[in-house]
Design a protein around this ligand. Sequence first.
Ligand SMILES: Nc1nc2c(c(=O)[nH]1)N[C@H]1C(S)=C(S)[C@@H](COP(=O)(O)O)O[C@H]1N2
Ligand SMILES: [Mo]
Length: 319
Amino acid sequence: MLIKKAEDIRSSEITPKSLYLNRRKFLAGAALAGAAAATGAGLREIIAPSTTVLAGNKINGIQKSPLSTTEAITPYKDVTNYNNYYEFSTEKDEPAKLAQKFRTRPWKVKIDGLVEKKQELDIDAIIKMAPPEERIYRHRCVEGWSIVVPWIGFSLSELIKRVNPTSKATFVEFTTIFDPGQMPGQMRNVLEWPYVEGLRMDEAMHPLALLCFGMYGEDLPNQDGAPLRIVLPWKYGFKSAKAIVKIHFTDKQPLNTWNVSAPHEYGFYSNVNPNVDHPRWSQAKERRLGEFLKRPTLMFNGYDQVASLYSGMDLKKNF
Ligand SMILES: Nc1nc2c(c(=O)[nH]1)N[C@H]1C(S)=C(S)[C@@H](COP(=O)(O)O)O[C@H]1N2
Ligand SMILES: [Mo]
């Protein structure tokens, strides 16, 4: 079995999907056969990956949010076929296929730690907690690509308010499901499983922090984090954990998975910041999926309303 180190994988992909697929098509036949054997994927899939789009269930009563950007929305087929989801695969075109049969019901989310109402919530009860809103957000991956997505959900603060964290709770930790039987990537050591992310409590309570269960008017596709994920538009994509099964309130800064994996490369805060380069590449520009020319990356991904959360902090140290 081929085990790539996390660092090797990260540096490999800052190319738009179209170029990436073309490059793959030009690979020599022998190399392809070897790759097919190593990954267990069929040769046909490697030469001409299918672009899988599953029909979702429509979500009713969606309200438009004033927090939405008016920028052009990235095509659905790009957002659902170019995914980072290492529980399924480190290849961006594979989660669409490998996550198709992932079971998102029944699904419980455990609420525990420094919180008054410790409980297990059913996903369908969570979805009904507050009216669904469409939030069109820019979302930027640390690798240098970005998307604009009409997510559906409501502010994470709506859930947090209902479970009453104690005054000692200063951080929130999110844990993704661990189920290697359904998630082939979890049988490899590319990251520590389960995937963990965290926020400071004031970040989690910020109105922009979205608890998300849908996009493009429908249920969240499995490859985008069904049945429940967070979306934090001012932070690099890896903070926005998918397939959440636990929300833990704590007084200690959570050990987030990418920080544990490569502490010099991925911090806890991970605010989008064009002035702080990744040790191996610049963060000054980004490529919107589907576009050719790069555009400048904006501080906090353009979401200046979060700046006050970090006043007085050295954002070069706290990257
Ligand atoms: N559980 C889990 N969540 C995850 C990831 C992952 O590998 N596992 N990848 C992150 C990264 S690096 C990015 S850029 C975004 C991508 O979200 P998208 O596929 O919906 O665009 O998901 C984030 N959430
Ligand atoms: Mo990412």
